[in-house]
Design a protein around this ligand. Sequence first.
Ligand code: SAM
Length: 465
Amino acid sequence: MYSSLPKEFIASIGGVKGFDAAAFEAVHASGGQVVSVRLNPAKWSGAGMIWPGDETAAVRMEKVPWSSWGYYLNERPSFTFDPLLHAGAYYVQEASSMLLEQALRQTVDLCRPLRVLDLCAAPGGKSTLIQSLLTEDSLLVSNEVIRGRAGILQENIIKWGAAGAVVTNNDPRDLGRMENYFDVIVVDAPCSGSGLFRREPEAIEEWSPENVQLCCQRQQRILADIWPALRKGGILIYSTCSYSVEEDEEILDWMMDALQAGSCRLMTDPAWNIVESQSAGGGYGYRCYPDKLKGEGFFIAAVQKNEGDAFSYPRQKKQGLEKLSRSQAEEMRPWIEEGKELFFFRHEGLVRAAPARIAEDIAYLQSSCYLKKAGVLMGEQGGKEFIPEHELALSVIAGRQLPALELSRQEAIEYLRKEEIRAEQGRKGWTLVRYQGQNLGWVKILPNRVNNYYPKEWRILKRMP
Ligand code: SAM
């Protein structure tokens, strides 16, 4: 239920650039909702104007103008019962936050391999976007400090499927000790959340000027803690879903003042209706208002670091990884796509694969922070056979040549519920199950039955509507 916006809130952003109180209040009172998704270019190119998961063909797609892979849907389909969501073919993401793509494209050379940190990453919307922009041999560290939220982050990163993905569960201060290491750091900061008032009316009740103050102190602390980990010339992108100047332009000024950061100006198409604001100290920020564009409230700014020393890997940390021998690595080849330059290593007893170029980075990260996931979990040697992991099935390195079973939508939903699956006579052994050509996971076909290996903790529990 919509409750009217707090007077104190309206007064606090009264003079802010682009704020139009009447239009802003009207769009909040209207109850209108915007639904948007972002496709995974490493897996799926989408279909066209009609949303493929919708059998009634009533759901139409319309491009999000500032995003390469973002689409608005005119209705909310049942995402839970769309197997393509579970296959990591797309992510349901608020459209304004896709502006991160512009900030990255315009400030970073994305053609070369990079080390990127997404510091406040759960549930993984920004991380999956960043991943789609990076080269295959880049490293993306997605970090979440709150342990209870790191699990959903890990699940979404696994579904997205990139091999160079690392998930960590650390305090920003711990990661800040990796001095001069990252080329890019994204801080999508915890904030007072006014930008989500339309989508989550509960946030209206929780808003208070005291909370804005607490949030801006925490934002400064997070930025101060992580700043040492950015290399000289590196880019930090800061964003919030708050309209409060204290959490947006004033934080930008603080970075320019206390951290000596240089502000980067971005180009936006006037047709997008994104508002460029200037902070008191001359920094550039970009504001999204729901009465001006199809999306929620969002603020983004990019800064560059002007000083720092060159990074070199600490000598003693190079030996940290247990790499597979050449012959053991050869045994992994039948499971993976041809032409991928990977290295294989053992972590907590299980075999993992990651781009060969980031071997040293994984060793360094392993010695510096708590890794929840590094590269792609391949599986384990169990007696005579190799038992593949779910992560391998969902990764972009899984071999297209592997035996596979294409399922109908109904069968795919049964598989995702971890129910029994039928297979044609004659097949046997480890087999991928697919829906519209997208891997959903593994089954093992035995002479008299088919074992469903979908992870129990991920299965669909909800009843079909
Ligand atoms: N980037 C995410 C996405 O696009 O899906 C959303 C991130 S949300 C705006 C902010 C995140 O910061 C939350 O996951 C929250 O748990 C985390 N967080 C809360 N307190 C933090 C702190 N002190 N340091 C770092 N992260 C924190």
